[in-house]
Design a protein around this ligand. Structure first.
Ligand code: 5GP
Ligand code: MN
Length: 344
């Protein structure tokens, strides 16, 4: 066992008070890695609390341990969550590696005396952890959590519930095994998770086939009325206002995946979704293989993420944000589409 892993293993070799958190608006990888790990650590005799910085889509509610998750943005949960953080001996930060991704929780974690573990696969990590299991080669944080449990010699503790949490994150972060991050290792890990009992078609059904009528109508509306296509810039994007979200009674998770419709257009290399929220404009970026959208998000929109899937934010208005975005793409075309231009 490597030295760093051995010292981490020692840290959790006796029952500890453990606090697990993940990024704001958790997706299946964020919540699946958190609950997959939590269920394993509970089996090892630890006292485990999972706290999310915000709510998350209801299509993730099937995961084991969902009922016990505390939401730091919920006034009913926040005091208990703070108490658990203060008491924590070990803190796990999953599926993010910059502390502002957990809002106010970030600085509390920075100031904590607990042993901090960071497990993640996003680019440009901040150095805040005592033990870091980090690889951008991993398609999902769930893949890393699986490998960690195996490396600790505890594969036999992965039951159906844990396998399903971990499978969900790998399935969604690879875009249903379609993105270029779908490596041989992904398939090997998933094969093991199947062996360990994961019901893969059930999970796909829970996650992908749980649309409300409103959501489906919202997607139709967005595609027909809110999609802007700039073929000259290889660009397509959606602008969704607060009013639009209200009209379709949008719930958490309802805009997830919308941006992919823009990228699915032939010839489009860069897609974006601008949605107007209470605290500013939330931006999702997606790109074809050659375009590094995380660098663009970090440079201009206070964000980051993966090369082909990133996010950011803006405190300008919706219209101003979109104008700025178009002008930036126009101005930086040659760098953004450098490899496109080379191969064109
Ligand atoms: P999404 O568009 O699905 O919200 O996010 C796409 C990817 O970018 C996810 O991996 C997400 O974690 C990451 N991401 C989204 N917003 C931000 C952000 O503001 N900062 C950073 N560093 N990553 C982000
Ligand atoms: Mn992830």
């Amino acid at each position: 066992m490597k030295e760093a892993l051995a010292s981490f293993a020692k840290e959790i070799s006796s029952p500890k008070k453990i606090f697990i958190t993940t990024h704001v608006k958790p997706d299946a990888d964020a919540l699946g890695s958190s609950l997959g790990l939590a269920n394993y650590l509970i089996k090892k005799g630890h006292d485990v609390t999972v706290v999310t910085p915000s709510d998350y889509p209801s299509f993730l509610n099937w995961m084991k341990g969902n009922e016990d998750v505390l939401d730091f943005s919920n006034p009913n949960d926040v005091n208990q969550a703070k108490k658990k953080l203060e008491e924590a001996e070990v803190i796990f930060c999953l599926d993010f590696s910059v502390l502002h991704r957990v809002n106010e929780l970030g600085e509390l974690i920075r100031d904590s005396d607990a042993y901090v573990v960071n497990i993640d696969h996003h680019q440009d990590p901040e150095d805040f952890a005592d033990y870091r299991l980090w690889s951008t080669k991993a398609a999902a944080t769930c893949e890393l959590v699986y490998e960690l449990i195996v490396d600790l010699g505890d594969k036999s503790l992965i039951d159906k519930d844990i396998a399903e949490c971990l499978y969900a994150g790998i399935m969604t972060d690879t875009g249903g095994f379609r993105h270029p991050n779908t490596t041989k290792n992904v398939h090997l890990v998933v094969a093991e998770l199947l062996d360990l009992g994961a019901d893969t078609s059930q999970i796909a059904n829970w996650i992908y086939d749980s649309n409300s009528v409103n959501r489906l109508k919202f997607i139709g509306f967005a595609i027909s009325r809110r999609l802007v296509i700039r073929e000259d810039l290889h660009l397509a994007y959606f602008t969704i206002s607060k009013k639009d979200l209200k009209k379709y009674q949008s719930r958490t998770g309802d805009t997830e995946g919308l941006v992919n419709y823009a990228l699915s257009l032939e010839g489009i290399k860069l897609a974006a979704l601008f949605s107007e929220r209470e605290d500013g404009i939330k931006i999702s970026f997606r790109s074809s293989t050659e375009v590094a959208v995380n660098k663009f998000a970090a440079a201009y929109f206070n964000g980051g993420g993966h090369k082909n899937a990133a996010g950011g934010k803006s405190s300008l208005g919706l219209k101003e944000t979109v104008e700025l975005f178009e002008s930036l793409v126009d101005k930086h075309q040659s760098e953004l589409f450098a490899e496109v231009t080379l191969t064109a």
